[in-house]
Design a protein around this ligand. Structure first.
Ligand SMILES: [Mn+2]
Length: 244
């Protein structure tokens, strides 16, 4: 039997709201990431919130790939802007951790995958910028902050024939949408892999490095048996195996 792939998922932070622990700083990950990765035969590992690149390198060296997970908004200060009133909650510590993890993962030449905020922070790490609030800043934006069960696909995306999603889904597919920010100017070496009908970037990848990212949440779809969600994680396994 081949050794299973070990895939790291970046942790997130919240402040507890339970009796006897109110306000406690907690590290967590939505279970859907763990379930989706486990379902395609990999061993998921939660990467803790650390800013120390040497410590992160010790972890990343053990991994076959790294997934940057979703979460709150990236601070606009990280891409040279002041926050507009519609910008959501930010967490400077998680920003610092994510940026250190992107840098470490690329330095160690491990495949890097971004989901939702994960895609946004990778773009910022490579010098790109974000749209702080899609609805108020894009003319004729479609609805990207869906108000239904989170794993239900609610809008279509058009896939670039040259991008990584084309062999997985063909020219179009339907995705869930739980974001109010989106990518604006792309970071160094990145190109668009999919868009929604209003022009919002729904997937991107790198011309020179193993970086692949999506704006939607395939882990929520996969965790609820959606074949298109599972296809994404099977593609991830194949991609990591080819990376070697
Ligand atoms: Mn969307």
């Amino acid at each position: 039997m081949n050794k299973p792939l070990l895939i790291g998922v970046s942790a997130n932070r919240e402040f507890a709201d339970f009796p006897h622990s109110t306000g406690l700083d907690r590290t967590y990950i939505n279970s859907a990431y763990i379930n989706a990765l486990y379902r395609v035969g990999t061993i998921p590992v939660i990467i803790p919130i650390l800013e120390d690149k040497d410590a992160l390198a010790c972890i990343v060296d053990q991994l076959d790939g790294v997934v940057l997970s979703g979460g709150s908004d990236v601070s606009p200060l990280r891409y040279g802007q002041q926050p507009i009133p519609q910008c959501g909650a930010i967490d400077p510590l998680v920003d610092a951790f994510n940026l250190a993890l992107v840098e470490t993962t690329l330095q160690r030449n491990k495949p890097l995958f971004g989901i939702c905020r994960g895609m946004q922070i990778i773009n910022v790490a490579l010098g790109g910028t974000l749209i702080q609030d899609t609805t108020s800043q894009i003319t004729h934006s479609i609805k990207h902050d869906q108000q239904t069960i989170p794993y239900a696909p609610t809008h279509e995306i058009t896939i670039e024939p040259t991008g990584f999603l084309y062999p997985v889904y063909g020219s179009t597919t339907f995705v869930n949408s739980l974001h109010h920010q989106s990518l604006d100017r792309l970071g160094k070496g990145l190109f668009i892999a999919a868009k929604s009908s209003d022009g919002v970037i729904e997937a991107m990848q790198s011309q020179t490095q193993s970086i692949y990212a999506v704006q939607w949440h395939p882990e929520l779809m996969a965790d609820h048996d959606d074949p298109n969600g599972l296809k994404f994680f099977k593609w991830m396994v194949d991609t990591i195996q080819m990376h070697g």
